[in-house]
Design a protein around this ligand. Structure first.
Ligand SMILES: C[S@@+](CC[C@H](N)C(=O)[O-])C[C@H]1O[C@@H](n2cnc3c(N)ncnc32)[C@H](O)[C@@H]1O
Length: 257
């Protein structure tokens, strides 16, 4: 579980997210920390006034989390209807506040290992939650998104896949590219780097489009996959890919006379 180095309100939220699918047990009351926070993870004002609306959003997530704490990790169709509704409400709340995928220590460590000290560029970063966790581990992460994100966890610059032509020296990180959206495939058109980290479902799943998955198969080798906590009915994980070596065909030289 990630605890070190965060401001307290971010720390509480990590606890909630990281504990979410691991054991379905609620550990901490966010309310106990709100007065202790000395720095906002949002990069804005740190005054208590500024934290209140964020805190109420957080406490909503906590309350819903507490309500769901007894739901076991199952497929959606194995759950009674009322549990499905509760689970999807919780998912909506957490996704809107944090990220579409739930990070864990193994996933963050895998990104750090794959980066080998290089910077990471993230496209479609949303609120930058994963980027913030990685930055807090000491990684250089440049998160971009086409939309300006309110309440982002870190600075998420405006950018689209085209800018990746300038970032081929970096590791590319894609977390939950939207279903049937060309964004992830566009990234592969512009970024020519060697190491790609993708969090999402596999081919035929609910993330990215067919062209992206076809390109992964054709141009990349899967190095390793890491399990992450999953919302009920979601089958996402983290995979590290390496670009396949392009073999240049030997061209026969004309004989010198
Ligand atoms: C499903 S969300 C995932 C966000 C984030 N990675 C997360 O896990 O919370 C997909 C994100 O991709 C962004 N996006 C879609 N098309 C994009 C594009 N062409 N360029 C940059 N970002 C894009 C959306 O604005 C959205 O934030």
């Amino acid at each position: 579980m990630i605890t070190g180095g965060y401001t307290l309100d971010l720390h509480c939220e990590n606890e909630a997210v990281h504990g979410f699918m691991w054991n379905w047990s609620f550990k901490e009351s966010a309310g106990t920390h709100i007065g202790e926070s000395d720095k906002s993870p949002y990069g804005g004002s740190d005054s208590p006034d500024c934290l209140v609306p964020r805190f109420s959003l957080l406490s909503t997530a906590m309350t819903e989390y507490e309500q769901l704490a007894s739901i076991p990790q199952k497929e959606l169709w194995e759950l009674p209807l009322d549990e499905i509704l509760k689970a999807s409400t919780l998912r909506e709340t957490l996704v809107a506040r944090f990220a579409w995928a739930i990070p864990n220590e193994e996933a963050l460590a895998a990104i750090e290992k794959a980066a080998k000290g290089r910077a990471v560029v993230e496209m479609g970063a949303g609120k930058g939650y994963w980027a913030k966790l990685l930055q807090d581990r000491g990684l250089t992460v440049l998160p971009f998104d086409k939309k300006k994100q309110p309440d982002a966890w870190t600075t998420v610059k405006k950018g689209t896949p085209k800018i990746l032509t300038r970032h081929s020296d970096k590791v590319l990180f894609l977390c939950w590219p939207s279903y049937d959206d060309p964004m992830a495939h566009d990234c592969l058109k512009y970024w020519k780097g060697d190491t790609l980290i993708y969090v999402g479902e596999g081919n035929g799943g609910c993330t990215a489009d067919d062209a992206f998955h076809a390109s992964l198969d054709k141009y990349f080798t899967r190095l390793r996959s890491v399990g992450i906590p999953q919302f009920p009915g979601i089958h996402d994980n983290l995979t590290v890919y390496q670009r396949k070596q392009v073999r240049l065909r030997a061209v026969s030289r004309p004989k010198l006379r």
